[in-house]
Design a binder for this molecule. Structure first.
Ligand SMILES: Cc1cc2nc3c(=O)[nH]c(=O)nc-3n(C[C@H](O)[C@H](O)[C@H](O)COP(=O)(O)O)c2cc1C
Ligand SMILES: Nc1ncnc2c1ncn2[C@@H]1O[C@H](COP(=O)(O)OP(=O)(O)OP(=O)(O)O)[C@@H](O)[C@H]1O
Length: 314
């Protein structure tokens, strides 16, 4: 998959683009439905499956704060590539972009410049200045210009429309199962291993502390997880919280990788979060914490084989 700046694309650079557009945080089953339609249309007309997306969430510019991201840009691109998208066109959403009138966006950028052949969007999709662009506007303009508009009704799960917002809420409350079903894969923590307090090793539970590249963190607690390192999948325990036993102040995301003992500082890790097993506890001392961590390890070993089967589709 090639990645280009949306505003740098030259006419004819992409052959008959079939596009979809949005932030696609999480690339959930609703987004996947759109992306699969794009690929199908592209096959039919020998066009190019193309996604237009934003580097940062538009709300960061519009309201000053973006919702916490389920996926980093890197992960979003990786997932889109897996669905056979050929081009992703990135928009750095700033105040100038926010001011573009929806009609101008279609005529100047999607039609004149990109020369798109068709567009697939969800029924509630809004774009352009103050979100005034709608699926109806796209349909109306399809008639004047030579492109088609395919409006998809929203994919539901458990009686509700699937959205990035719903998935963020599930992850925050530690509901790994719901997040998994709406994403079609377990939620994963992605980031680089940084130094912690170096206390874990002394406790018999060395942990890789993660500096995450997305901003959504599951609610505080202890989770069963899985890490792939050097081609091997390891059972893991994830601790998210302030380490209340040691009166910590800031939240850390740490992974204990069972059966692994190598230096992985500065390495990039993806840790699948499979199930929450308990809340964080303020223990009376380190011995009580270690006793509980040993119990956590027993739970991990009992449940891991069943849970790991769910990662195969990722
Ligand atoms: C399986 C597991 C469970 C944990 N549970 C708790 C807990 O309930 N309360 C707590 O204060 N810290 C908990 N921790 C975090 C430890 O306090 C932390 O890993 C330890 O202080 C080492 O920190 P360091 O990696 O910064 O050296 C847990 C860690 C692991 C790996
Ligand atoms: N459940 C869904 N089914 C089909 N299409 C969807 C669904 N949810 C969103 N879309 C479409 O996907 C595109 C990208 O939408 P967007 O990234 O805003 O997703 P979202 O999941 O609704 O996010 P948020 O909850 O943050 O608003 C839009 O065309 C949107 O209409």
């Amino acid at each position: 998959m090639k990645t280009l700046n949306f505003f740098d694309v030259m006419p004819q650079q992409i052959k008959s683009p079939i596009v979809t557009m949005g932030f696609f945080d999480g690339v959930h089953i609703g987004h996947q439905q759109l992306v699969k339609r794009v690929v199908k249309h592209a096959e039919e007309v020998k066009g190019t499956p193309t996604v237009i997306t934003f580097v940062e969430h538009p709300l960061k510019t519009i309201t000053g704060s973006a919702p916490p991201s389920i996926t980093s840009l890197r992960k979003r691109l990786k997932l889109l590539a897996r669905f056979n998208i050929a081009y992703t066109l990135l928009i750095e959403f700033d105040h100038n972009v926010a001011k573009i009138d929806p009609k101008e966006f279609i005529e100047k950028f999607l039609v004149a410049n990109l020369q798109m052949r068709g567009i697939v969007i969800g029924e509630n999709f809004r774009f352009g200045h103050r979100g005034a662009g709608t699926p109806d506007l796209l349909k109306k303009m399809s008639a004047e210009h030579s492109f088609f508009t395919d409006v998809q009704s929203h994919r539901e799960w458990s009686g509700n429309v699937v959205s990035s917002t719903k998935i963020r809420e599930a992850i925050k409350r530690g509901d790994c199962q719901s997040a998994h079903e709406m994403l079609s894969r377990p939620f994963s923590l992605c980031g680089t291993v940084i130094e912690g307090q170096k206390r874990g090793r002394k406790l018999g539970f060395p942990t890789a502390n993660l500096s995450l590249e997305h901003t959504l963190v599951p609610g505080d607690g202890v989770y069963i997880g899985s890490v792939e390192l050097n081609g091997k999948r390891y059972p893991s325990l994830i601790s998210i919280g302030t380490n209340p036993t040691f009166d910590g102040q800031s939240t850390s995301t740490e992974v204990y990788i069972e059966g692994f003992d190598e230096d992985i500082y500065n390495q990039y890790l993806e840790v699948f979060v499979l199930d929450k097993i308990r809340d964080q506890i303020k223990f009376n001392d380190a011995d009580e914490l270690v006793a509980r961590m040993n119990k956590d390890k027993e739970v991990l070993m009992q449940k891991f084989d069943t849970l790991k089967a769910s990662i195969s589709a990722t």
